[in-house]
Design a protein around this ligand. Structure first.
Ligand code: SF4
Ligand code: SF4
Length: 106
């Protein structure tokens, strides 16, 4: 059985200084991640639902919204402190653990 790919996570960053509050990003978002607040600025209501499609980013006329694939700290993986991309995280953890085990046994 193939190892299950870890779910990718994304950060949605809104640059309010550049945003003209047109609402296009929220209108295009297929997952209702974004809602407009009382001042019509986009608010990231459901960041966990973002699928990284970048429709918001592509359609924003003012480059005021950016999608980044999030990184997580590898503190859950043997206490190391460097930041690792979510992609391949589990695989890297397994590799590191097996290396540690080998060094302890050898
Ligand atoms: S990347 Fe896609 S899912 Fe995520 S906030 Fe933008 S439009 Fe919505
Ligand atoms: S599409 Fe761009 S300018 Fe329009 S509300 Fe969204 S972030 Fe602001």
């Amino acid at each position: 059985m193939e190892a299950k790919e870890p779910k990718k996570q994304f950060q949605v960053k809104v640059y309010r200084d550049w945003c003209k509050r047109c609402g296009i990003c929220a209108a295009f978002c297929p997952k209702s991640v974004l809602v407009l607040d009382e001042k019509k600025f986009p608010h990231v209501l459901h960041p966990e639902a973002c699928i990284g499609c970048r429709l918001c980013e592509i359609h924003c006329p003012d480059f005021a919204i950016e999608i980044r694939e999030s990184s997580i700290k590898s503190q859950n993986c043997d206490g190391a402190s460097e930041v690792q991309n979510v992609e391949n995280f589990e695989e890297r953890c397994v590799t590191r653990k097996s290396t540690l085990l080998q060094s302890q046994q050898g």
